[in-house]
Design a protein around this ligand. Structure first.
Ligand SMILES: Nc1ncnc2c1ncn2[C@@H]1O[C@H](COP(=O)(O)OP(=O)(O)OP(=O)(O)O)[C@@H](O)[C@H]1O
Ligand code: NI
Length: 335
């Protein structure tokens, strides 16, 4: 069981998460900004075949308090959002988690990062690089082995120059080493040295995305969890954004890419985990999306039919634009 530790750090993590969740609510549903099996796509020197990240039977429920419940009914009830969710990421792999808005994708990211709401109950098993993790272990890994890449610049401190912020992510290094590492990352991701002196509001969208990636990479993680990293970008820019993840994965690392955008997922991922009603209904190699006969879950097949290039393949459940109503991308990149 992945029990929550009720110490100060847990409370702190929980309240940080709450703030993030609130920010998430405010951003995802308004301007579509941030919030936040088994295809061996590449073999790594490190990985003898085990998963870099493995999640098994993850369940997340919330204790909801209903003030208005009649006196003869319980005022508290449990609402289960994730159930029996299993997913794995191998070294060298980008696994996309594709699901509708509100289906619990961010909760998956939060759980993997050891971020738990105070009113949540989380059970399940998580392994990182072959080692079983508890909540404490996940917390210790956060930013150091297992990093979150949010998209929104709102995750940065608006009052601090970005160079200093990025350097703050490698707290085990000396000041000089941190600076050297940050300079190395900036160079690698095409950020000029002058960017270090800018404040977050002075960054373009593309620069901000790279700065957030640099934050995540400062302490050499093995796995990146990216929660909706592309909304607001057009398809070309989004694909270019994900090239960064591709090269990271190609170095023998792993990426869990959370998105509502199946077209994008099919372009960059090695495998797609289709997420529906709080669980993964199918994990399929991207190649299997070439032919719906290779997809086993009816929802996944409906998604296939909803892809724009399959306009005429869609059947009864199709609106006049030829998109099946199982489409999970109603908002799209432009909302
Ligand atoms: N602390 C909480 N208490 C109660 N319910 C919560 C809490 N946090 C999240 N939820 C609920 O869990 C569900 C899943 O939320 P989540 O943010 O993970 O969805 P999502 O798939 O990331 O959606 P989106 O695509 O819009 O970002 C939502 O219905 C949300 O209201
Ligand atoms: Ni989300």
């Amino acid at each position: 069981m992945l029990e929550k530790a009720n110490d100060g750090a847990a409370a702190q993590a929980a309240s940080a998460n709450k703030a993030a969740a609130i920010a998430h609510e405010q951003t995802t549903h308004k301007d579509a900004q941030l919030h936040h099996h088994h295809t061996h796509a590449a073999t790594s020197h490190h990985d003898g075949g085990h998963h870099l990240l493995q999640v098994e039977d993850l369940n997340v429920s919330f204790c909801m308090y209903d003030e208005d419940a009649p006196y003869f009914q319980a005022k508290q009830r449990d609402v289960q959002v994730l159930h029996g969710l299993s997913i794995a990421v191998h070294a060298g792999e980008i696994v996309a988690v594709v699901g509708a808005s509100g289906s619990g994708k961010t909760l998956l990211a939060d759980a993997v990062l050891g971020l738990f709401e105070p009113n949540s109950t989380v059970t399940g098993r998580i392994w990182f690089d072959g080692e079983r993790m508890d909540a404490e272990g996940l917390r210790a890994l956060r930013g150091h082995g297992l990093s979150l890449v949010p998209q929104s610049v709102s995750h940065l401190d608006p009052m601090m120059r970005v160079g200093k912020q990025v350097e703050g992510f490698a707290n085990a290094l000396s000041k000089a080493e941190r600076k050297a590492r940050r300079e190395q990352l900036f160079e690698r991701y095409g950020l000029g040295p002058e960017v270090a002196r800018l404040y977050p509001h002075e960054l373009s969208g593309g620069m901000a995305r790279r700065v957030l990636l640099c934050c995540a990479l400062m302490d050499d993680p093995r796995v990146i969890v990216a929660d909706e990293p592309t909304p607001g970008l057009d398809l070309d820019l989004a694909v270019r954004a994900l090239d960064d993840f591709r090269s990271f994965a190609n170095e023998g690392n792993g990426v869990l890419l959370i998105t509502h955008d199946i077209e994008l997922a099919l372009r960059v991922a090695d495998r797609v985990a289709v997420f529906k009603d709080g669980t993964v209904v199918e994990e399929a190699a991207v190649a299997n999306f070439a032919d719906p006969a290779l997809l086993s879950d009816p929802f996944t097949r409906a998604l296939w039919h909803a892809l724009p290039e399959h306009d005429f393949a869609a059947t009864a459940s199709t609106d006049e634009q030829g998109r099946g109503n199982a489409s999970i991308d109603k908002g799209g990149r432009s909302c």
